[in-house]
Design a protein around this ligand. Sequence first.
Ligand code: GLN
Length: 540
Amino acid sequence: MNHSTKYIFVTGGVTSSLGKGIISASLAKLLQARGYKATIQKLDPYINIDPGTLNPYEHGECFVTDDGAETDLDLGHYERFLNVPTSQANNVTTGKIYQSVINKERKGEYLGKTVQIVPHITDEIKRCIKILGSPNQYDFVITEIGGTVGDIESLPYIEAVRQMKWEKPEDVLVVHLTLIPYLSAAGELKTKPTQHSVKQLLEFGVQPDILVCRTEHELTPAVRTKVAKFCNVVPQAVIQSIDASTIYDVPLLMLEEGFDTVVLQKLGMKNKRKPDLKKWNQFLDRFKNPKAEVSIGLIGKYVELKDAYKSIAEAFIHAGAENETKVNVQWIHSEDITSKNVAKRLAQLDGILVAPGFGSRGIDGKIEAIRYARENKVPFFGICLGLQCAVIEFARNVLNMKDAHSTEMKEYTPFPVISLMAEQKSISNLGGTMRLGAYPCELIEGSKAHKAYKKTAIEERHRHRFEFNNDYLDMFVEKGMIPTGLNPESGLVEIVEVEDHPWFVGAQFHPEYKSTVAAPHPLFVGFVKAARLESERKQK
Ligand code: GLN
């Protein structure tokens, strides 16, 4: 790398939910496909230190990195697009910024000065952005600023962008994502909200270099010219982002619009080579032309909010494409399942996944669903709490341990088959105190897991407090629930499988976090394959 790191900021205007994460990931993908190294960072303007303590209803899934950071779900998109792991440094919140500044103040590091938003908070923001730029590991650091321009909470971030642009105009670029709504009564696309949003940015001293315009209809040349004129950008820098049938089409749409070319031009970077998207296109081709179809039930308690299981849904897309199979995910609320209706509710499914989760709500339905899958030999995949429920179900219905439970749901149970890890017992703080991040796991040769991974040493990401209670291990093994993945250092059970079943796998870790377009997760691939066999069996 013989140039300084380039910083690209992505801000949002007009409304939230325009898809800044996907636009950022798509741009990074195109730059990567041209041979550059790019990373993406998310700055979140809320005061929580991280989203780890947030209810999924508030903010969707909490994504976990290898180094154990609990982060915004957009980091999942970054990894799925780029196939490069993110870390603590890729997600910064206002809470973290203030915590760090206040800690420095308490240590006397500001030498008696009054500590203020400008320069101290903005300096800390800039430090967190530049961490990724040093020691020159990336050609591009793309920083997505959460929220919408004009929100009180994002002001210090916009000010930090203004300062960085002022300090190094040749290395900094601002992309502003806005909405061009279509008014059906008038039959017209309207540019005024975009004009206003750019004006607002200008009030804060930031002139965007590129406008990405979300729209439901093609932008006419007249609309493009108008936006360019009113917002002081060249017409080529008005990029249309039309609604796509899948997020994985967005990099290709951005390529057609010349988004990456304008970015490179504006930053004075050489157009290294044409983007190599061969693998990406192969994936899209398989995804869009499936040869078979399966129905998989996702049993969880946040099913009305699909963002709560974002990485699982995406992992099914990757594994489906790999199997050339369309995966129809049926979102089933665990509270709706009872012993009476379970057979009827789940009869048409080719596979059953029990989702991660916390607390006792909906547990009974999950256990019923697992019993159904185990007894009827329907492929089953349990993730984290899903594994724990599978262990509870097996204890109750096979080992005759009536009332067996996890101590998370029932502190005093006669059979605590899932219990708190010793090191967790004294912890009272809720933030960042779980078993978090990547841990090694050794697989037993010949197991379903081993067949899926095709190796015995793996590493997977965790996010939980409770564990399989090894005091009961022998009893489980005797009756056919086998630990096929173990932590080589602690002996903790990371995977269980049920013998004499086509595919029954529970994982204590979260495989979904590591599934990407370039590397679909082996366990999801194995599960979809098993579901496909089940669907063929059903059709016979
Ligand atoms: N609540 C369980 C635990 O803390 C499972 C967590 C999860 O599913 N992520 O161990």
